[in-house]
Design a protein around this ligand. Structure first.
Ligand SMILES: Nc1ncnc2c1ncn2[C@@H]1O[C@H](COP(=O)(O)OP(=O)(O)OP(=O)(O)O)[C@@H](O)[C@H]1O
Length: 455
């Protein structure tokens, strides 16, 4: 029996046990009444056989006509959800003194379950709903319920009801297969714009805006780091103004991108230090120019963006030579900290997310952190930041059957599960060839002294 806060007067009982259920079942009751009225009319006019025939006929038409079937199905689905939500909120003790509960104002089916907009009644807060989310999830018998407050309106909340992992190969959801990169066939792109990098559990495209931000990717071998990195490089490749300096310790990961790489460093720590030193010099010159112009950040007119993909970070930051390792780490930290405003973007991937490979002083400077499947909660926290695993957000829970899926933390937000877009080797070759042709055609128009020296 549902718990109620109202007085157990006859009127309250009538409201709780008759009126409210009737209201919650109103769609089904209305359908039954329409059928009963039609059947009754046919029975009186033409007899029982005709009545049964008409009822069966109406039901058959509703099932056979796609638009009717969809509309009715949607209506009944919404009704079922609202009843479940009503019961879950009451069992979670979210009814206010005048017996109101958070009311669903909009529902949308998404690959992971449902996305709802909810209005909080007077006397309640979004915080109350968020703190009872686990209890609501138990009542709804789902994986998770996430609640986010509307920034501008305290009485509105976005609620995600997560029923399934939509990325699992057998989940029958649209996002369970390979997700192509929407810009794979583009002719020319601009890295200053947000880049689509994947899709989240709600089926939304996720973008990252790279100028002014860096990215860290971590996860166990085969988790999908290089594939995710490729999407960023692809966008940079199709922007002929961008310089790409790749640090490819494994030599093969960036091999297909060679035609568009302006500088390549393989598994050589000295070369890596030299490249980072050149970048630091470019950065310093840009700061001088910005200072002279009285500005704080570079714009497209100030010269090219530099994308620096690093695969695998461990080789450089945890190199066996302590002095060289320290030199590289100092340079990397300086580039991450000051390079942002100077148009230098680091995008580093590591298959060993541990503090010796990703010092927290470096990690904390990287605005985007994407933890693909990790073997332990500690490894996940090394990428996302301390405390997330304790709060129940850990990349160790990502299924091994879902490469490319990771928890993406964007600038202090809550990490969300995102599956990266995937580029096949043929697509990478085609993009690299197009990028090379663009570079040959437009040339590197900018005359940045640092680049010339480095080249
Ligand atoms: N977004 C994705 N969608 C579908 N499959 C993917 C995706 N990302 C990766 N994979 C699959 O996982 C395999 C391994 O991916 P990838 O090489 O990117 O992993 P990695 O984490 O870089 O591995 P390593 O650390 O060993 O280099 C790919 O060959 C591909 O088959």
């Amino acid at each position: 029996m549902l718990p109620i806060r109202a007085e157990y007067s006859p009127a309250a009982r009538f409201t709780v046990y008759v009126l409210r259920p009737a209201w919650l079942w109103r769609r089904e009751i209305a359908c039954a009444l329409v059928l009963a009225a039609l059947g009754g009319w046919a029975w009186i006019r033409y007899g029982l056989g005709a009545a049964v025939g008409i009822i069966v006929g109406v039901v058959a038409v509703c099932l056979a006509v796609p638009v009717l079937r969809r509309t009715l199905g949607l209506m009944l689905w919404r009704g079922r959800l609202r009843r479940g939500w009503d019961a879950a909120c009451r069992f979670a003790g979210l009814a206010t003194v005048n017996d109101r509960i958070p009311r669903i104002v909009k529902i949308r089916a998404v690959p992971a379950g449902e996305h709802m907009r909810v209005r909080i009644p007077k006397g309640g807060t979004v915080e109350d709903l968020a703190s009872e989310a686990e209890r609501v999830a138990v009542c709804l018998q789902v994986r998770e319920v996430r609640v986010t407050r509307d920034v501008d309106r305290a009485h509105l909340a976005e609620v995600e009801v997560i029923r399934r992992d939509p990325f699992l190969p057998d989940s029958a959801q649209t996002v369970s297969g390979v997700i192509g990169w929407p810009w794979a066939d583009a002719h020319r792109l601009d890295l200053w714009n947000p880049v689509p990098i994947g899709i989240d559990e709600l089926g939304r495209h996720v973008t990252v805006t790279l100028p002014g931000r860096n990215l860290l990717l971590g996860g166990e071998p085969g988790a999908g780091k290089s594939s995710a990195l490729s999407v960023l490089i692809a966008c940079a490749a199709l922007d002929p103004t961008v310089r790409i300096w790749g640090l490819d310790a494994k030599r093969l990961e960036l091999a297909l991108w060679r035609p568009v790489l302006d500088r390549v460093v393989a598994n050589d720590i000295d070369e890596a230090i030299a490249a980072a030193t050149d970048l630091q010099a470019i950065m310093d010159r840009r700061y001088e120019a910005l200072e002279a112009a009285g500005r704080r950040n570079v714009t497209p007119a100030d010269g090219p963006l530099y994308l620096v993909p690093v695969d695998e970070l461990r080789f450089f930051t945890a190199h066996s030579d302590r002095k060289k390792r320290q030199a590289f780490n100092d340079l990397a930290i300086d580039l991450a900290a000051r390079g942002r405003a100077a148009g230098i973007i680091l995008a580093a991937a590591t298959q060993k997310p541990s503090t010796d490979v990703v010092p927290s002083s470096l990690r904390d400077l990287l605005a985007y952190r994407w933890a693909m499947r990790c073997t332990t909660k500690d490894a996940s926290d090394t990428i996302l930041g301390a405390g997330w695993a304790t709060a129940g957000v850990s990349a160790a829970t990502i299924d091994t059957r879902t490469p490319g899926v990771g928890l993406l933390l964007a600038e202090g937000d809550t990490p969300r599960r995102v599956k990266s877009c995937y580029l096949t080797d043929e697509q990478i070759r085609a993009i690299a060839a197009r990028g090379k042709a663009l570079r040959d055609h437009y040339g590197h128009r900018e005359t940045d002294e640092g680049d010339q020296r480095a080249a």
